[in-house]
Design a protein around this ligand. Structure first.
Ligand code: GLY
Length: 338
């Protein structure tokens, strides 16, 4: 079967298996033709569907919220903020917002960033007592001359903007921390990794891309540790002319390879989102014999609405909301023997 024909026949359930085959169109993305830097893959269907929302892990409620915002005709930036807020408010989730697992001193500390179609970016790192880190990050982007606020400064800024201070350590997370304290050993668990960062990318009806990333970071981390999620180019990167990427997993490895920026630059050079994600994972495993012991996963989207996802190990999930369907899929992964 010719590639073109195959792609047209591919359903959403094949997410990540065929580069550029995840989105079957009902509405042409007119921006594609206007954007000279968008790679033109030979014999690849350019028909795409927008709006679209894609997020790391099984976060149907978050993607559903983001989709609703897009359906109302609002921007991808609004969709990203409101979508991420859903998971931040979920006290049962132990990796994002309220209920996040604490650092080794018992403090829940949040990292988040957001990036818009103009390439503007805002982030908070190591912020405590405010659950909607993504919204504070947006305020940093829109209301300050800076791009990152950290720790107490971030918290004070949030309070000055009307955010409510609250205890983010739930009974369940406190109990888990107390159990951990008995041995105090840090061992990331593959696929769960002690944290599941929510990275979300969206394209609105105008074809504009935004992204966000929010996390409580590695559980039982050292006080002061900051992961990849709030760092531009590592946990998230958006270039509205090309596409966007975001990461989940062991932040140290993503930081060392500036993974999300790498993926967007590879897409700029003509790679599909899928191949670009695979290349970024390749950079990590190629340099690190230790990859058996940690997980990293990437998702990416290009201007055409094509998506890609790849992780080191099995167990990574991606949620995509497109064409009125909100579906989780398991992408292909590197470590087949694992
Ligand atoms: N990827 C999130 C973190 O390492 O903190």
């Amino acid at each position: 079967m010719k590639r073109r024909k195959f792609i047209q026949n591919t359903s959403l359930s094949s997410f990540g298996i065929v580069a550029g085959a995840t989105v079957i169109g009902c509405k042409e993305n007119s921006d594609t033709a206007k954007t000279s830097s968008v790679p033109k893959e030979k014999d690849t269907v350019v028909k795409t569907t927008i709006p679209i929302v894609i997020a790391t892990w099984n976060v149907h409620d978050s993607t559903a919220k983001a989709w609703k915002v897009l359906e109302q005709g609002k921007s991808s930036l609004d969709a990203i903020e409101q979508g991420c807020m859903v998971e931040e408010a979920n006290a049962e989730g132990q990796s994002v917002g309220i209920g996040g697992l604490p650092d080794r001193d018992g403090n829940v500390t949040l990292d988040a960033c957001i990036m818009n179609k103009e390439g503007n970016y805002g982030a908070v790192v190591y912020m405590q007592n405010i659950k909607h880190a993504i919204s504070v990050a947006r305020k940093v982007m829109e209301d300050t001359p800076h791009v990152i606020l950290a720790g107490k400064g971030a918290e004070q800024f949030a309070v000055s903007k009307g955010f409510k201070k609250e205890n983010l350590l739930t009974d369940a997370s406190k109990k888990a921390w107390e159990k951990w304290k008995k041995t105090s050993q840090y061992k990331p668990v593959i696929n769960i990794e002690n944290h599941d960062t929510i990275g979300m990318l969206a394209i609105d009806k105008n074809g504009d891309i935004s992204g966000g990333c929010t996390t409580s970071g590695l559980s039982y981390k050292m006080a002061g540790r900051v992961g990849d999620s709030p760092i531009i180019g590592s946990g998230l990167f958006v270039d509205n002319e090309v596409g966007a990427a975001t990461a989940t997993g062991l932040g140290e490895e993503v930081l060392k390879t500036v993974g999300s920026f790498l993926i967007v630059e590879l897409m700029r050079q003509g790679m599909s989102p899928q191949k670009a994600c695979e290349e970024a994972i390749g950079r990590i495993v190629g340099k690190n014999q230790n990859y058996e012991h940690f997980q990293v996963g990437y998702i990416a989207i290009n201007k055409k609405g094509e998506t890609g996802a790849y992780s080191i190990h099995d167990g990574f999930y991606v949620t995509t909301y497109v064409n009125d369907k909100n579906e989780s899929t398991k992408p292909v992964f590197f470590n087949k023997k694992g």
